[in-house]
Design a protein around this ligand. Structure first.
Ligand code: ADP
Ligand code: MG
Length: 252
C-alpha cells in the first residue's frame, strides 16, 4: 500500500447537468483506486441532495453540515465504507447548503485539508447546477473531471460551467469522462464536438480521460446499493472504470 505520499491529489467530479452519472462514477472509481492499493476519501459535495451514502448503504451519524454548523468532529463524521475507503457524508434536503458563505468556505478548506492528509486521493462528488458550493469545490481541487453524456443538454450544461470556471475562476484545465456511451461513433462525435467548441470559443484544450458504456449493471447496482465494480466486476461499465483508474496519472 502507498503510505508515503505527502499531499493527496484532489479530484472534483462535476458536470453542470444532473443525472449524468457523477455519483455512480465517483463511488465506483474510488473503489477501483482502492483495489489499486490507494487510500481514498470520497467527499459528498452534493450539499443539498447527498447520495454517496445511499449508493454505499452507509448509516450516517454526522455530515458536512454538522461539521460546519454544529462543530461536529470531521474525523468522527468520516465513515470507512471499505478498508482504505472513507466517506465524508453530505447533507440532504438543506437548500441553504447549496450556497456557502465565506466563513463556511474557510472552515471547509481548513478541515478538508486536515483530514485529506491521510489519503492518496480525495474525490469530491458535486451537485448539479452552478451554485456557489459547486464552484467552490471546482476551485478547491487539483483536477476537474467533467462527466458528460451524449445528450446535447449535457454538453451545453458542461460547456456553460467550463466557460464560467475559465472566465471567472481562473481554471483552464478540464478532463472529460464520457458516460452512457452506446457506440464508438457516438462517443467520438460527442467528444469531438465539445472539444471543438471549447477550443474555438474559449481557447481551451479538454483532455478525454476515457468513456463508460451504458450498462444495465449500473442501474441494478444502484438499486441494490452495491457498487457495480464489486457486484459485476466483469461488466462493460466496471471494466471501463477499472481502466480509467489505471489512467489517473494522466489527469490534467
Ligand atoms: N453507465 C451507465 N449505464 C447505465 N445507467 C447509468 C450509467 N451511469 C449512471 N447510470 C444511472 O443514471 C442514474 C443517475 O446516476 P447518478 O450517478 O446518480 O448521476 P448524478 O450524480 O450525475 O446525478 C442512476 O440511476 C444510475 O443508475
Ligand atoms: Mg449525484
Amino acid at each position: 500500500m502507498a503510505q508515503s505520499k505527502l499531499t493527496p491529489q484532489t479530484l472534483c467530479v462535476t458536470s453542470g447537468k444532473g443525472g449524468v452519472g457523477k455519483t455512480s462514477f465517483t463511488v465506483n472509481f474510488a473503489i477501483a483506486l482502492v483495489r489499486n492499493d490507494k487510500r481514498v476519501l470520497v467527499v459528498d459535495g452534493d450539499m443539498g441532495l447527498a447520495n454517496v451514502d445511499v449508493m454505499l448503504r452507509l448509516s450516517v451519524k454526522n455530515n458536512i453540515r454538522d461539521i460546519l454548523e454544529s462543530g461536529a468532529d470531521p474525523r468522527q463524521a468520516m465513515i470507512f465504507a471499505r478498508p482504505n475507503l472513507a466517506v465524508l457524508p453530505g447533507s440532504s434536503g438543506v437548500p441553504e447548503m447549496v450556497s456557502l458563505g465565506a466563513r463556511q468556505q474557510n472552515r471547509l478548506t481548513d478541515f478538508l485539508k486536515t483530514i485529506s492528509s491521510d489519503f492518496d486521493y480525495v474525490i469530491i462528488d458535486t451537485a448539479a447546477g452552478i451554485g456557489s458550493s459547486v464552484l467552490w469545490y471546482n476551485r478547491f481541487c487539483d483536477h476537474n473531471i467533467f462527466i458528460l453524456s451524449p445528450d446535447p443538454t449535457s454538453m451545453t450544461d458542461a460547456y456553460a460551467l467550463i466557460k464560467l470556471l475559465s472566465r471567472d475562476h481562473g481554471i483552464n484545465q478540464f478532463n472529460l469522462v464520457l458516460n452512457f456511451v452506446r457506440g464508438v461513433r457516438e462517443a467520438n462525435h460527442t467528444v469531438d464536438t465539445i472539444k471543438r467548441v471549447t477550443h474555438r470559443f474559449l481557447n481551451l484544450e479538454l483532455f478525454h480521460l476515457g468513456s463508460i458504456p451504458e450498462d444495465r449493471s449500473v442501474c441494478r447496482a444502484v438499486l441494490d446499493q452495491v457498487p457495480f465494480v464489486e457486484q459485476t466486476p466483469g461488466s462493460k461499465a466496471a471494466r471501463a472504470v477499472y481502466d480509467l483508474a489505471q489512467r489517473i496519472h494522466l489527469l490534467i
